[in-house]
Design a binder for this molecule. Structure first.
Ligand code: SF4
Length: 292
């Protein structure tokens, strides 16, 4: 779609989603995941003084209810994925059920690593779109689990993989063979992307944020290093966060001549220089409109 048309449409904002990270760390350790960046950065953020220690480690059901109150603004879809394996949090099923009850379109991505029998039963009771990530982790899923999910799951289920090791775990995989990307330079061995000048996010993901167990909100799924925390959903609504100076600064950096976080991201595109003035104006206008 031509960029001019893209910025003229309003639906880019309406199409945003939110991702929920249910734990402070993931022990699946796929070789291509910048998990150590997340673990270190989450620790460095420090626990908000008003939050009990246990709920900084794992999202509690009570805190997820606060998330649902906080995101009550232009979010139609909730992805249980974020930066870690959702099934590692024993509250995952209750959180997913609450989101479904509230009428959200809910999606779940899991490796199934560490899933208990009760988790598999709970999974099989759902009908939401399910993505099984066939990982190259050293940890394994019990025999027959992939086959059982493929056979018994009543909703849409796909098995995705990034590596041959992953594909071989379940050769009947029907999902995508994904490409490993640098996640805005968080994955050191993946090819680095270097865009020049002002850029924009092709999927407007600056509005599709990632909520962490402590309520902090990372700007998007590329921010494994948590270098752009734009607010805390336990203290501010998503509307307030989207109108905050922090997000405005992030967007202004993206649209500036200076290189920004987005200049290294596969979701970004350069704004061509010949029409820069015009498209930049349109982009700024489009971003301003969301506040109306
Ligand atoms: S371009 Fe990349 S880093 Fe920037 S907001 Fe979009 S997804 Fe995030």
């Amino acid at each position: 779609m031509p960029m001019k048309k893209l910025f003229a449409q309003r639906k880019f904002y309406k199409n945003n989603h939110i991702e929920i990270t249910l734990t402070n760390a993931c022990n699946v350790m796929c070789s291509y995941c910048p998990q150590s960046n997340y673990i270190k950065s989450y620790k460095n953020l420090g626990k908000p003084s008003w939050l009990p220690v246990s709920s900084a480690r794992l999202m509690t059901v009570e805190n997820f209810q606060r998330v649902l109150v906080g995101i009550d603004h232009a979010v139609e879809r909730i992805f249980f994925t974020g930066f870690t394996e959702p099934l590692a949090n024993p509250n995952w099923y209750e959180c997913v059920s609450l989101a479904i009850e509230k009428g959200y379109q809910v999606f779940l991505n899991t490796t199934l690593i560490g899933a208990r029998a009760i988790d598999i039963d709970n999974l099989l009771s759902l009908k939401i779109p399910l993505r099984i990530h066939l990982t190259d982790s050293k940890k394994v899923v019990a025999d027959g689990i992939y086959e059982r999910i493929a056979k018994e799951y009543r909703g849409d289920v796909k098995f995705d993989y990034f590596t041959e090791t992953g594909r071989l775990l379940f050769p009947q995989a029907n999902g995508n063979a994904g490409e490993i990307n640098s996640r805005s330079d968080n994955v050191s061995f993946a090819p680095s992307i270097k865009l020049r000048g002002p850029v924009f996010c092709k999927e407007f993901r600056q509005y599709s944020n990632v909520v962490l167990p402590d309520g902090n909100v990372a700007v998007c799924c590329s921010d494994f290093s948590l270098s752009h925390i734009i607010g805390n959903i336990y203290q501010n609504s998503l509307r307030e966060i989207h109108e905050s100076d922090k997000l405005n600064i992030f967007i202004n950096q993206m649209l500036s001549d200076e290189s920004s976080f987005c200049n290294n991201c596969e979701y970004a595109a350069e704004i061509p220089t010949d029409t820069k003035g015009q498209l930049l104006g349109l982009a700024k206008l489009a971003y301003r409109r969301i506040k109306q």
